[in-house]
Structures are given as C-alpha cells and as structure tokens.
Write a protein that binds this ligand. Sequence first.
Ligand code: NAI
Length: 339
Amino acid sequence: MVKAVVLGAAGGIGQPLSLLLKTNPLISELALYDIVNTPGVAADLSHIATPAKVQGFLPPDDGLKKALTGADIVVIPAGVPRKPGMTRLGIAFRDDLFKINAGIVRDLATGIATTAPKAFVLVISNPVNSTVPIVAEVFKKNGVFDPKRIFGVTTLDVVRASTFVSEILGDFSLAPSIKIPVVGGHSGVTIIPLLSQSSHPLPSSLKQDALDALVYRIQFGGDEVVKAKDGAGSATLSMAYAGAEFAEKILRAVKGEKGIVAPTYVHLSADKAGGDAIKKEIGKDLDFFSAPVELGPDGVVKINSLGKVTEYEQKLIQAALPDLATNIEKGSSFIDAPK
Ligand code: NAI
C-alpha cells in the first residue's frame, strides 16, 4: 500500500501530475491538497478506473494534516510560476516571488515534518536550488532531518536534454532512450548537462557554437515555454511528466528494484563518501548539488561521481558554483531571516 500526496494539486503542474500519479499502479491512495479546487479535481480523477483511491483536501478542518497522514511520498508543486519578462522586471519582483514560494514551501514542509516525517519529499516549487534547503532547515528544526529522503526534482532538465539531443541527431524516436546526466542545480547556468557522457554521442561534426547553443537551450528551455505561453504560466505539462517519472523511480526503488539511478538535487550528506567526492570534483564545499543518485528502499543509496568531464564541462561547473552557493545560502537562511 503506497500513499502519495500532491501539495498544490489544483495548479498547472498539480493537475496533470495528479492525473499521471492516478494512473500509476504502484500507488494505492492519492491525496490532493491545495488552497483551492481540490474537491473538484479529486472527484474528476476518482472516476478513472485505476487502483488509487483519490481524496481532495482544503485548508479548513486540518486539511493539510489529513492529506499528509500516512503519506509515503509527497510531491510539492505548490507556488507561483514566473511570468514573461520577469528578469527584466528586476530584482525586487524576483525577490517577491522568492518570498512567496519560500513561505509556501516552509509552511508545507512544516506540515510534512510534523505529520509524515518519514515520507519521501519531492520538491518541484521553484527556485529548487533554494526551496530544497528550506525543506531541509524545517526538518532540522523539527528534529526529523534525513537527507536521504529529500529531493529537488531536476528531471525536467534531464528530459529536455534527451529531447533536444534527439532533435540534433535527427531522430525523435530516440528521445526516450537517450540518457544524459544533468548535474549542478536547477536554474539557468547552474544546470550543467554532461553531454560528453550522452548514451548517444553527439555528431563529431558538431561545431562549438552549436554545442554552446544546445547547452544554452537545456539551461534556458523553460524560457521557451514561458514566452510561448505569453503570460499564462511556465512549463506545466512537461513538468508533470518529469515529476511523475521521478516519483515512479522512487516508488520502484522502494519496492526493491536495484540499480535505479537518476540525477536529483540532494544534500550531499545523504551519502557522505559520495558527497565528499563530489565536493572534491567541483572544488567547492557546497551542501547541495544535483548529481546522479542511486535510489533504494530508504531513498538515497549512493551519490555517484560526476565521472569524466571535459574541459568545457568543467568550465560550466565553475560558472555554476557562485550562483549555486548564493541560492543555497538564500534558502538555508530564509527561516531565520528577519521578516
Ligand atoms: P500554478 O499557479 O498553476 O499552480 C500552483 C498551485 O499552488 C495553485 O493551484 C495554488 O493554489 C497552489 N498553492 C499556492 N499556495 C499554496 C499553499 N500554501 N498550499 C498549497 N497549495 C498552494 O503554478 P504551476 O505552473 O503549477 O507552478 C508551480 C511551481 O512549480 C512554481 O513554483 C514553478 O516555478 C515551479 N516549476 C518547477 C519546475 C521544475 O522543473 N522543478 C518547472 C516548472 C515550474
């Protein structure tokens, strides 16, 4: 029996993600929580002929607590997405958005820490580089921090890398089988695709500017969607797909399947030896980093090495580190920051 919970289930990501989780036969109970509309979403999904029993919860009458009671896995897509031109709107606006999402994630994490501290927590709410440290701090404050169970979902970067490389190889049918480790963090230059390790090598004729363009597209692919949606939000459907894929990996690992490895943003103490090796490889003592992680019944089994990286990729890593360090600090200090 597996109970999955979606926090922010009525949103652009939350609804299709809940649909995909409802169709996952590994899930027997699905609780949907949001500040609006979950009774309707739950009623709708509950007519689908798959095993999961679906229930919707709202804040009144301890809805969050009821949704989380007995949870095995909690996925968090709650928050406010960015809008077109946000970078141009300036730092004050970005900071406001950060504070809103950070506050939402802090409160939801408090609910998980007090009601379902052993659940696997999958954080989708942006900025992931900072919201995952917030969850970690909340769990520490509640004395229930287990770094093996808290994950930043970076799967969309991995999915995009596979898709965009299949385009370059001129064969979309390859996309599902193309495996590329994407490491670092989950925004802009902190997203580092290790294309030299692609299961399907890039054409040797690919010029440097085409490689630069591919890396940029993986790092800033979200902008394509924000622009095309023209004010109606950011990536939701591809994110729901990616979130469901990562959740499925966790659930399969919990069931005992061995050898499941996925890039994900974790606290590097989740596997001390592996985490220390990463710090050495990148040359910086960061607490969080996205690396290929082997999953097992208790979450993180092993943080794998980044492997052989090219000089070009080493430069991408070095370019990511200052932003990543700032993002981590911003998240870690949020709980104690003056209001
Ligand atoms: P949305 O606005 O469509 O949905 C967000 C949902 O969260 C809404 O239904 C809202 O009512 C709910 N919500 C707000 N406060 C809440 C609270 N305190 N408790 C529970 N639910 C609450 O936004 P969308 O497009 O679904 O994006 C959600 C988040 O996911 C954003 O932070 C966005 O930046 C992030 N995102 C992350 C990606 C990733 O790769 N990790 C990719 C795309 C978006």
